[in-house]
Design a protein around this ligand. Sequence first.
Ligand code: GLU
Length: 463
Amino acid sequence: MSEPIRVRFAPSPTGFFHIGSARTALFNWLYARHTGGTFLLRIEDTDSARNTQQALNFLLDGMRWLGLDWDEGPDRGGDYGPYFQSQRGEIYKQYRDKLLAAGRACEKDGAVYFKLQGERKTVYDEFKKAEIEKVEAAPVTIRDAIHGDVVRAETQDFVIWRSNGDPSFHFVNVVDDIEMKITHVIRGEDHLSNSSKHVELFNALGATPPVYAHIPLILKSTGQGKMSKRDQGALIEEYQRRFFLPDAVRNYLCLLGWNPKTDEEIMPIAEIIRRFDLPGINKSNARFDEKKMAHFNTVYTQALGAEEFFEKGVAVLRAESALLQDADINYVKDVLSLCQPKLAGLEALPEYTRYFFAETYGEDVAAREKTLKKKGLAGVREVLAEFLIFADAQTDWADEPLEAALKIFAEQKGRSTGEYIHAARLAISGRSVGPSFYGLLRVLGKQRVASRINAWLSKPENL
Ligand code: GLU
């Protein structure tokens, strides 16, 4: 039997939670869930000058929001803790001393260097303008599930313990992967250049290196250069703030460097877990597409169950103070279920529903121009006056009867239903687009429809 799979996400909390980091966390999580292995979260916080509590909070919060639950790590514990590198100093010292005792490390100018094995010669380095020692070490093999075997040779001893008393990234990263029995290291391709150092360390410490999976970089939407934290859409925190659905964001992130080898894109996470595997990860870089992410969010939002959509919708309206304190719950329910089918995302909800919850909601300039351009003000007034008569005569104020009745009414008047729809929508909502027209009439109610049209007709600018 092969050993149980253990993977880790090992972030350094130095800023916001970037989508590149989130995608690395996600791929580790997917692999653990796919294989029934263990996913652990290890905080690489040895650089006390750059690590902050706030950055850690963004990270933990973002992971939870995305549903990336860890089996071992902060707040959870586990058999291989502590899971903060800042608390593991004693362990690192033991490993350092082991290398020193074995002659695989040496002290120089206050720092401790890992010593490569091989023939040494002193050469002049043009770039550094100094003599340096080069080592002809035998190449090591990085076993990579995506790139295949990558064979690289290190040529210089490297620091494992700095002169300021802190262990180096390379060293603690490898020590912890040994101590925590990590079997697969899934991380960004930018770390591939570190991996030969890491394999050297594993070998010197008598441990088998893990299988690596260096995942492709995420490029900016223009395709030019690596996505940076300053790029629009780069931070998980931004999606949280904008009321994106975490399932939509997670689904989109799954496809940044992986796909099921079919055209399917929007899939339940259980299905992605079932199909995800390391060899399926692309070698080529992934390109971030903000529009596509927004599209995923729209699809997920429109697919929410009525109850869930209502809960989330009310929370958004409250957060944006877009809901009257005394709003009737059944009215709010009707508004939300009417608006869900065409809503782009929860972020758009306060604006999309404004005229349902306020009598002063403003008129969209373009919508007004569009409606008046065709018929002129007098024409629109005439149509609205007829519509008032129509509305008053209706006894069955529900979508289908209203639709059927308006059709007959329009035929009698020799007009298209569209003429009534455009004019009335402008008068009762101030827009030219929105939810289904008959649903809009139903939800606003007969009285409110009539009073809004009357109010519109008596506004000075509409006389
Ligand atoms: N702390 C490193 C980083 O954030 C971890 C790299 C690794 O996964 O090995 O990039």
